[in-house]
Design a binder for this molecule. Structure first.
Ligand code: KE4
Length: 426
């Protein structure tokens, strides 16, 4: 019997490229077809055929309180009754900017945008204007949204679909981007030496989460900070995923590094389209209307998105969500490691706080090259074996899983049993 999801997917492919509005949703990396969701509540989502799943994707990061948290829904409902968008400054924008600058001290001034892509794109433009230089250093497998110049050896969907360099990006743009292996300090120093006084900025996911999840070596981030300072280049932290998730102050608080600019997204919108970028005032003040760097957006700072984001962030603080995420994360890690050990699965399991990844490859996994050793066929079988047991993991080896404050110990226990059975089936 054809499922409702497959009927919808068939119809979607007639009108939407690949049947999806974002490639990672297409299940191509797991040789499958996506299900269509009707609703979510807490850690659970339901598809159009009535099937329930424990959700470890969480909209790819935003659903840090789980789905449809009451405080966020109430805030959006209340804001909507007062109008949906004005294109006129509203008080919530000031409240959001104040909160971001308070929680992330490296951000002295901030501007709201509508996606993580807009945030990183604007950081790059600012850095080029501020330094008067054009070249950018990024890292293989890091994904910073679909910015032309950053779709070079990128991660996430581009990597998932086997095209780390996108068509349609002029060679002239790609030539300005130097992509290096993550965690290789010598190659960073060499790149600066070979491009003396031409590097505008280094952009990095402080904890890369778009080629699966792997961690910076002990001194890697502090080395980036030092090399940027030595070479008068800017350090940009792309915290679209880690911001307000790894801690109240993001990855930069955990690693004790002050970047010059930070890109934010996902969590700060409470599920609505929001990004933000900011940093040292002398840099951010280059933005129009004060400065010569143009950047704009009809819906930037939209009152509904601000209401959702503020409600989510304030609730996270009220319940000390980061402590809850650490606790559920510890339980998830313990149960996952025991499932892997008991089944003698050849898996490298990485976890930091509420973010995790099971690489179907031997360790150590320190960068894109080692992540690409993963056996995608076995990963796909594991993904589907979990899915049929009502556990929804990211449909790609090159993504990261997310826990929320709504995941309960019984959810994690059920997930561990399902993983154990799935691993035995491989
Ligand atoms: P958006 O433009 O998709 O809001 O954000 C781009 C972005 C920037 N920086 C980082 C570190 C990111 O992870 C992202 C987007 N992440 C992907 C999933 N890994 C979004 C999912 C999708 O593309 O549909």
């Amino acid at each position: 019997m054809t499922s409702r999801s497959s009927e919808l997917f068939h119809a979607a492919q007639k009108y939407i490229p690949g049947g999806v509005n974002s490639p990672v949703r297409a299940f191509r990396n797991v040789n499958g077809a996506p299900f269509f969701v009707t609703h979510g509540k807490g850690a659970k989502i339901w598809d159009v055929d009535g099937k329930e799943y424990i959700d470890y994707v969480g909209s790819w990061g935003p659903a840090i309180l789980g789905h449809a948290p009451k405080v966020v829904v109430d805030a959006v409902r209340e804001a909507a009754t007062r109008g949906l968008s004005f294109g006129i400054p509203n008080p919530l924008e000031v409240e959001m900017a104040e909160l971001i600058c308070d929680w992330i001290p490296s951000i002295e001034k901030v501007r709201m945008v509508n996606s993580g892509t807009e945030a990183t794109m604007s950081c790059i433009r600012l850095a080029r204007a501020f330094t008067g230089r054009d070249r950018i250093i990024k890292f293989d497998g890091c994904y910073h949204g679909h910015v032309d110049g950053l779709l070079v050896k990128a991660g996430s969907g581009v990597l998932t679909h086997g095209r780390p360099d996108s068509a349609g990006v002029p060679q002239a743009f790609a030539d300005l981007t130097i992509s290096l292996p993550f965690n290789n300090a010598n190659l960073v120093r060499e790149a600066f030496a070979e491009n003396r006084r031409e590097i505008a900025a280094v952009i990095v996911e402080p904890v890369p989460a778009n080629a699966g999840l792997y961690l910076p070596g002990d001194d890697f981030l502090s080395m980036l900070r030092k090399e940027c300072k030595l070479n008068d280049a800017l350090l940009i932290f792309d915290e679209v995923i880690t911001g307000f998730r790894l801690s109240r102050g993001g990855a930069q608080e955990i690693y004790g590094i002050k970047p010059d600019l930070t890109a934010l997204g996902k969590v700060i919108g409470g599920g609505l389209p929001v990004g933000a970028f900011g940093g040292r005032a002398e840099i951010v003040d280059q933005l129009s209307p004060d400065g010569p760097v143009y950047q704009a957006g009809t819906l930037s700072g939209n009152p509904l998105a601000m209401a959702a984001g503020l409600a989510q962030l304030r609730e996270l603080e009220r319940i000390n969500g980061w402590k809850l995420l650490e606790e559920i994360g510890t339980q998830f890690e313990q149960l996952t490691r025991s499932a892997i050990n008991d089944t003698k699965a050849n898996i490298s399991f990485h976890q930091v706080g509420s973010m995790f990844c099971l690489f179907f490859a031997p360790g150590p996994i320190l960068d894109l090259a080692s992540a690409r050793r993963s056996d995608l066929k076995i990963f796909a079988r594991f993904f589907h074996a979990c899915l049929k047991r009502g556990i929804y993991f990211a449909p790609s080896q090159f993504e990261t899983g997310f826990l929320s404050t709504a995941h309960l110990p019984e959810d994690v226990e059920r997930t561990s049993s399902a993983m154990r059975e799935a691993l035995r089936e491989l």
